[in-house]
Design a protein around this ligand. Structure first.
Ligand code: ARG
Length: 584
């Protein structure tokens, strides 16, 4: 029996092979196997119809012929021709059981899943905040979505380089260094460096607005920094180091560990090559003193320039991003580069990718796949970008602290008898998980409304609901006095019989499809939806069929369903970046 991890992929291969045996051209016939509505079966193949149309033959006759070739699958599937020429596959209870037996632990799932993205190296550019400022709610989505995508890709066999492309270089350092030298409050710096840098920047900004002499001094500070002046470089380094140290606790809370931390400044001495090559290729031209790239084939970018060197001679965001692509291609051997960045930067990335494509083609370099994984804005319940009551950006650290605080209340109401320190530990996992999950459960391209009450709730598609579902399965094992995940408890299981057993088993074997949807679209919400549905299916099963029956084959197969539900829920939540619990 072929019980590959991804049954749809295996069926696709078997059908393509059958087509070859029938002499159908490989290019003309694609089986197009996908999940079916459970009313019709587990999978359906739609490709015969298209092939029949193209080759002007009777689709039902062709479907019949291909089914006749698939005799080897009969022990696993009931196969039937349906409608005008669809082929439907329904897994037999014994095959459901065999698949679930074969995929009994994390290792087996990992081994099965690792085929999908093997051979790819993804550089994922995410979080990437600017230094000298607090991270605020606007920085949440890139970090959370980026991390989930890294984990999904890694699980599916890709090599992943997590790269934090921090904005650590730029004109803001002129005013900042100016104020640092004149207005620094060392006690405030020691207490909270980012607060102090923000205050200094504001002070520098106000002073230079009010006084042209101060503005000129700030400009000189920037020039000195760019020229490598030792004092200014030291201040700049201190500001960046303190900023990164302040970001670290947030990354720890969100379970993020970067492989590379190559900020914009890292590319400083790689920018001249960009000007040189783009000019040499005839892509960049001088326009009003600036160096720019136009894209004549594009309706907007034929007149809207991509500025790669400003008229004052300074490099900018575009220049560094171009140099970064080259570095990632050469140094990391990236096959794919993903940018998890706010959708408001869509134009920048479109211009960047167009430019890189022409540049690399001209130089004869293979271009990695470049993709902007955009995301929408976090909105308040009034439908406007989420802010504090006084209209300021909400700091990420305050937001996470409030999530933990609110979860603590939920946990304490629900389970007041748990020891206080355990309640606190649970609240941290539920709180952070709720924020992550609320963000991930939506299609990332849409804006989403941030609602504490909805996100920290045991009802609906929430982290608390799923984490609670996990603890419920753990408690089943605790009550039976059995360790979860022990293959011995499943020994002697017989194929599923009751409707609830069968429905749950069918849902379980659909995990690969959910992973494939989440990964190929780079949209984690597909996995969220799956986990939510799986938890619901488990509930139905648990209400319908008793697990604690007398020892024997029925109990073994029901324990197997409990074990596998637990494994998939935990694996899925971990892939999303959440931590899980055994009780709450
Ligand atoms: N630092 C930028 C910002 O805060 C985001 C950088 C995204 N990554 C990139 N390679 N452009 O808007």
């Amino acid at each position: 029996m072929d019980l590959s991890f991804d049954l749809a992929v295996a069926l696709d291969r078997a059908m393509a092979e059958a087509g070859r045996k029938l002499g159908w051209g490989e290019k003309e016939f694609t089986p197009d196997v996908r999940l079916a509505d459970p009313v019709h079966g587990d999978f359906q193949a739609n490709g015969v119809l298209a092939y029949a149309r193209r080759s002007r033959q009777n689709p039902r006759a062709l479907a019949g012929a291909v089914v006749a070739e698939l005799g080897g699958l009969a022990p696993q599937y009931e196969i039937a021709v349906a409608g005008p020429g669809f082929v439907n596959f329904r897994l037999r209870p014994g095959a459901l059981l065999a698949w679930l037996q074969r995929h009994g632990d994390r290792q087996a799932l990992t081994a099965g899943a690792a085929e999908a993205e093997a051979g790819h190296t993804f550089v994922v550019d995410y979080s990437s905040p600017n230094t000298a400022k607090q991270m605020h709610v606007g920085h949440l989505r890139s970090a959370v979505i980026g991390e989930a995508i890294c984990r999904l890709l890694e699980f599916q066999g890709a090599r992943v380089v997590r790269d934090n492309h921090v904005g650590d270089w730029g004109t803001q350092f002129g005013k900042l260094i100016w104020a640092y030298k004149r207005r620094l409050d060392p006690a405030a710096l020691a207490a909270d460096p980012l607060e102090e840098f923000e205050r200094l920047y504001k002070a520098g900004h106000a002073a230079t607005e009010a006084d042209p002499a101060a503005l000129e001094e700030a400009r000189q500070e920037l020039v000195r920094l760019q020229a490598g002046d030792a004092e200014n470089l030291a201040i700049w380094k201190q500001i960046n180091a303190a900023s990164l140290a302040a970001f670290q606790p947030l990354y720890d809370q969100l379970g993020i560990r970067f492989d590379a931390l190559l900020g914009e400044s890292f590319y400083n001495d790689r920018l001249d090559a960009v000007y040189r090559e783009l000019t040499g290729a005839g892509l960049a031209t001088e326009s009003q003193g600036a160096l720019v790239v136009f894209h004549p084939e594009h309706p907007r970018f034929k007149t809207q320039p991509f500025i790669i060197r400003k008229s004052d001679g300074a490099a900018n965001y575009a220049t560094t991003d171009l140099a970064t692509i080259l570095y990632r291609a050469e140094h990391f051997h990236a096959t794919d580069i993903l940018y998890v960045v706010d959708k408001r930067q869509a134009d920048h990335f479109e211009q960047l990718f167009l430019t890189a494509r022409k540049w690399f083609a001209h130089a004869g370099r293979p271009l990695p796949r470049l993709e902007h994984l955009d995301f929408g804005t976090v909105l308040g319940e009034d439908g406007r970008p989420l802010k504090t009551r006084s209209g300021e950006n909400i700091r990420l650290k305050d937001l996470l602290a409030e999530a933990i605080e609110r979860s603590h209340r939920l946990v304490s109401e629900k389970n007041p008898d748990l020891p206080a320190d355990e309640r606190r530990a649970i609240a941290a996992i539920v709180g952070i998980g709720s924020v992550q999950y609320a963000d991930l459960a939506q299609n990332r391209s849409s804006d989403y409304v941030f609602s504490w009450d909805k996100m920290i709730s045991l009802d609906g598609n929430t982290a608390a609901y799923l984490l609670y579902a996990v603890t419920r399965v753990h408690s089943i094992f605790r009550k039976l006095g059995l360790p979860p995940g022990d293959p011995a408890t499943e020994a002697g299981a017989t194929p599923f019989e009751t409707p609830a057993e069968l429905a749950l088993a069918r849902k379980l074997v659909r995990l690969p499809d959910a992973l494939a949807a989440a990964t190929s679209n780079l949209r984690p919400h597909f996995l969220c939806t799956y986990l939510y549905e799986l938890a619901g299916e488990f509930s139905k099963f648990y209400n319908a069929d008793k697990v604690a029956v007398e020892a024997g084959p029925v109990r073994a197969r029901r324990l197997l369903l409990c074990n596998r539900t637990l494994l998939l829920l935990e694996t899925g939540l971990h892939l999303l970046g959440l931590r899980t619990l055994t009780r709450m």
